[in-house]
Design a protein around this ligand. Structure first.
Ligand code: FES
Length: 119
């Protein structure tokens, strides 16, 4: 088992099964979080990882900038260590940005859309 501490829920701590997605583990223990697709594609369930490591290879919603800012996709992420999260919409302060005021640099895009396809 691993522990999950929620900074923006008065430091509440939960024991979770590292084989289950964090969204399900937290939901099963009464933590109500927003979600949409539940397969890592829509970004609704994003949370900010403050400390620790997760496995979230199945996610396709986050770009490199969002990953570098510590975002994780709770519906697919599984904890590799004890972790600390900021959850819910309060954690989304750096998730989005206006692409017209502040466009992504090439290195912040996903590799498969940053590199033109050979024809
Ligand atoms: S619910 Fe859609 S990415 Fe998690």
């Amino acid at each position: 088992m691993k522990t999950v501490t929620l900074t923006n829920r008065d430091g509440a701590t939960y024991l979770v099964d590292p084989r289950k997605p964090l969204l399900d583990s937290l939901h099963d223990q009464g933590v109500d979080l927003p979600y949409g697709c539940k397969y890592g594609g829509c970004i609704t369930c994003a949370a900010k990882l403050i400390d620790g490591e997760v496995h979230q290879k199945a996610q396709v919603a986050l770009n490199n900038r969002q990953l570098n800012d510590g975002y994780v996709i709770l519906c697919v992420a599984r904890p590799l260590t004890n972790i600390t999260l900021e959850i819910g919409v309060e954690s989304h302060d750096k998730l989005y940005r206006n692409p017209f005021l502040d466009p992504l640099a090439a290195h912040e895009l996903k590799a498969d859309i940053a590199t033109p396809k050979e024809v």
